[in-house]
Write a protein that binds this ligand. Sequence first.
Ligand SMILES: NC(=O)c1ccc[n+]([C@@H]2O[C@H](COP(=O)([O-])OP(=O)(O)OC[C@H]3O[C@@H](n4cnc5c(N)ncnc54)[C@H](O)[C@@H]3O)[C@@H](O)[C@H]2O)c1
Length: 352
Amino acid sequence: MRCAVFGTGYLGATHAACMAELGHDVLGVDVDAGKIAKLESGEVPFYEPGLAEMLRRNLEAGRLTFTTSYEDAAAFADVHFICVGTPQKQGEYAADLSHVDAVVDALSPLLTEPALIVGKSTVPVGTAVDLVERVRAAAPADVELVWNPEFLREGFAVQDTLSPDRLVCGVERKGEGRGEAILRDVYATLIDRGVPFLVTELATAELAKSSANAFLATKISFINAIAEVCEVAGADAVELADILGHDDRIGRRFLDSGLGFGGGCLPKDIRALMARAGELGANQALHFLREVDSINMRRRTRMVELTRQACGARSSARESRCSEPRSNRDPTTSATPRHSTSPGNCNSRVRR
Ligand SMILES: NC(=O)c1ccc[n+]([C@@H]2O[C@H](COP(=O)([O-])OP(=O)(O)OC[C@H]3O[C@@H](n4cnc5c(N)ncnc54)[C@H](O)[C@@H]3O)[C@@H](O)[C@H]2O)c1
């Protein structure tokens, strides 16, 4: 199939290369000409194991090309993936959808042949239904829109794209339209290998992604909150997580106490979910996510405190050792005294 991928950042560059790897002809599109030039020359502007090799292999095979031209993309592809960013709005919890809107508004009027638009960016529930109307109003041809949220993990992006746990296809109305069939064709190789292909309505598909991230964030903040209690109770948070993890209902993954979650997705996604729930009148339902967020923010402050304590203790220990007469030093060890390397009785060791 002929696919265009709008937005060639982390998600889009990976998706474009992986779709080419699956045998599709792919055109990556971005407004950032510098990024496009790098990708065209086989350079990946971020670290992702295996991606550069896959990018070069598919560039050389002629299955993957890049452009900044929407006109070229509209003329080239039957399937158009939206992979642009949805950052947190300045000074608000809500997601900034201006990049998604910009793709839809610029692309739709150029689609003179039947086509499918596939949203992959993480968007608040209700976004896709609005976009369906925008596409319908602006596209000269019959153009459908489905939502196919992306669950890849940075550092495992290639593996997660080519061997996902599941593929989700959100459609306007189940059993109607061509969108589901076209997306099944796009992912036929994966579906044949047994990857579950789950068809649902647009709102469920959007919420599936937001709630997956909310759950993962909650799990991380849960263990970090327990680690706070471990610190004051003299318990070992790592051993405790191991003990909890043996319970299949809980599981050991995402139970590593430490710095908390960060990166480009979890913090903005839980805030966007809270904001959207509030707009829908369900803000009470997600009050707990405020606490998840604040436990997480506390970890950073705590980590700085611990580092300061460790450095302070270590430098004062060194100063006192230096000022001691040589004969008074313990000849059996050159290590820093034990109390200064285990500041604040911290049992919440980082294991990631
Ligand atoms: N990074 C991840 O691990 C990950 C995983 C799952 C889902 N997501 C979601 O995918 C989306 C993209 O995330 P990302 O990390 O790839 O973002 P990113 O910032 O790395 O990339 C976004 C790209 O979109 C381009 N862009 C902006 N406006 C454009 C336009 N009008 N036309 C074409 N290109 C345009 C930017 O120049 C940039 O290259 C977000 O919604 C994010 O939440 C990301």
